[in-house]
Design a protein around this ligand. Structure first.
Ligand SMILES: Cc1ncc(COP(=O)(O)O)c(C=O)c1O
Length: 359
């Protein structure tokens, strides 16, 4: 090749998503495959969102509303903030990209945890930033160490609460202490992809008031998890108007498609679906905890819709053996795997197959 690629992307590896059900069926000649690999909602999505998609079919010839006006207004109303503080994106994944493009210059330090959502690292490298990677402590964000990792070169800090893939959380007190100490010119991105699943009281349940006191915070949320709209790609960010205006400059003009906008508005209105998803997840988590305890399997306490467990066997081997039996999970590293919490039937099937594989 004589064309020259940007040196920053030389060592980047493409994001590895959870293996699709169709691929596993084809590879192993299976007819029944369960995927508990991508933290999707096992209940599907709100019927109201599906109705919105059908309506959207009448508008396939038209470009989406590039300003996502109705979605911003619906979110603003639901959250009690101004539409100008909100920016929807094509999944919060796209927002990770956009935030990195908006803030990171070559040589800027970007602080993040070592075991967390991988796109924080790849987008920092993509922009020529210097990742400063802070190890987890007991599989949980070590907020004190992250604060100590901040230098005068730090541009941005990524916080994921609760964390993917470990499912663990840090408390409201830890977050506030951290925000008080971080210099105001350092951007703190607070990724709340799983916040609706949290059961603990010491979690920062409502992060929105933080915007008043800490203008350097950016809150990211998604419709992919509890709202069950992963296929449509829609998430949103809340921040000070000046931050939103600047991110808005670099986004694609029609980045959130019409179906995603319409379904997100409908899904937001169906809080009964969200409530039921929370209930099923909590019940599934308690069942899995009790079964892991019986089996002597260690797990990290999860505040999400997935559980990080020590299979005590090479994670790739567990992944392949489960896959052969029609169950897709996520190998993480060493002997650790991550399993999404499914319906009770799916959870029971997972346990049955895990027992076989670990026997
Ligand atoms: C912590 C975290 N942030 C962001 C995302 C991206 O989600 P989406 O792009 O589907 O909104 C995920 C997806 O798994 C995640 O786990």
């Amino acid at each position: 090749m004589t064309v020259k690629f940007r040196p920053e992307i030389k060592d980047l590896v493409p994001y590895k998503p959870g293996k699709p059900i169709k691929d596993v069926k084809r590879e192993y000649g299976l007819t029944e495959v369960i995927k508990l690999a991508s933290n999707e909602n096992p209940l599907g999505s709100s019927p109201k969102a599906k109705e919105a998609i059908i309506k959207c079919a009448e508008e396939l010839n038209l470009y989406p509303d590039g300003n996502t006006t109705d979605l911003k207004e619906a979110l603003a109303k639901a959250l009690g903030i101004k539409p100008s503080q909100i920016l929807p994106s094509s999944g919060s994944d796209e927002m990770v990209d956009q935030i990195s493009k908006t803030f990171i210059n070559s040589g800027d330090e970007v602080v993040m945890a070592d075991v967390t959502f991988p796109r924080y690292l790849s987008t920092a490298i993509m922009m020529g930033g210097t990742p400063v990677v802070v190890p987890l402590k007991d599989f949980t964000y070590d907020i004190d160490a992250m604060e100590k990792a901040i230098t005068d070169k730090t541009k941005l800090v990524w916080l994921c609460n609760p964390n993917n893939p470990t499912g663990t959380m840090f408390t409201e007190k830890k977050l506030l202490d951290f925000l008080d100490k971080v210099p105001k010119d350092v951007v703190v991105v607070y990724d709340e992809a799983y916040n609706e699943y949290v059961t603990r009281d010491d979690y920062p349940k409502n992060s929105l008031p933080l915007l008043d006191k800490y203008p350097n915070i950016i809150i990211m949320r998604t419709f992919s998890k509890i709202y069950g709209l992963a296929a449509l790609r829609v998430g949103y960010t809340i921040a000070a108007e000046e931050i939103i205006e600047n991110i808005n400059k670099i986004r694609g003009p029609f980045n959130v498609n019409t179906a995603a906008q319409m379904a997100a508005i409908a899904a937001l209105e169906d809080q009964a679906f969200v409530k039921e998803s929370y209930r099923v997840n909590k019940e599934g988590k308690e069942f899995l905890y009790a079964t892991f305890d019986e089996m002597g399997i260690w797990y990290a306490p999860s505040e999400t819709n997935h559980i990080f467990i020590d299979a005590k066997k090479d994670c790739q081997e567990v992944f392949v053996e489960l896959q052969k039996r029609g169950m897709i999970i996520r190998p993480i590293f060493k002997t650790y795997i991550r399993v999404s919490i499914g319906t009770m039937d799916q959870n029971k099937k997972f346990i049955e197959l895990l027992k076989e594989v670990l026997a």
